[in-house]
Design a binder for this molecule. Structure first.
Ligand code: TYD
Length: 210
């Protein structure tokens, strides 16, 4: 099947803060567009007007950990209904900076949310639906923290967390990848931008464009 005829796919990017997924997202969007595909780039929390308002609260307002998990899924419910599912149905590819794997990693792994509560929310909000491909950018937290510090932006509520929090988030991503080895691919984010890009493009080719 040629690229332009491939069925619309949902591709997500994950990893701890500072793992460097942003530039790789742009490269994948450019790759897909170069194949003549129609692509929607989006993010979580966010992606809709309501979701972006929830993002502001989630990134800056102190709250109970279960409130945090519920708001992540509330934003996701809206994102799916208003954006992701209509786009896929219309044949547009969707590339999202984070999705439910982030809730597993950050709220279950990082914050200690009961995994059964996560599973209940996931089964409620998107029963039987998962990304077609998820790329997890894996990096030791100390390296990611150094990259973030170099960026110089004011840290949000998550970015202010300590190294042990990000160790748990990282471990939860790797655990989640072991549970879904076909869908989730781990990228060693410690290489050069060019080598990472080549690896990412090869995976997207193999999984989505053949
Ligand atoms: P991020 O996507 O990294 O955006 P930016 O690069 O602009 O900082 O920031 C979103 C933050 O939200 C990130 O720290 C991870 C967190 N998050 C969760 O804790 N749970 C979730 O379900 C999602 C989608 C994000």
């Amino acid at each position: 099947m040629s690229g332009s005829q491939a069925q619309a796919r949902f591709i997500t990017f994950e990893g701890i803060d500072g793992a460097g997924k942003s530039s790789q997202i742009a490269a994948v969007v450019a790759l897909l567009e170069a194949r003549g595909l129609c692509v929607e780039q989006t993010r979580e929390p966010g992606g809709t007007a309501l979701g972006e308002r929830l993002r502001e609260l989630l990134l800056h307002e102190p709250m109970h950990l279960e409130t945090e998990a519920l708001l992540m899924f509330a934003a996701r419910r809206e994102h799916l209904a208003a954006r992701i599912l209509p786009a896929l149905a219309a044949g547009r590819w969707v590339v999202s900076d984070r999705f439910s794997d982030a809730t597993y990693a950050y709220q279950v792994g990082g914050r200690g949310l009961d995994p059964a509560k996560f599973a209940a929310l996931e089964a409620w909000v998107h029963p039987g639906f998962q990304p077609d491909l998820t790329l997890v950018f894996d990096l030791p937290p100390e390296v990611a923290a150094a990259r973030l510090a170099k960026g110089g932006a004011e840290p949000d509520r998550f970015e202010r967390e300590q190294r042990d929090f990000f160790e748990r988030v990282r471990a939860a991503y790797l655990e989640r990848a072991r549970m879904a080895p076909g869908r989730i691919r781990i990228i060693d984010a410690g290489g050069t931008a060019e080598s990472i890009r080549a690896e990412v493009e090869a995976i997207v080719e193999e999984c989505c464009l053949r």
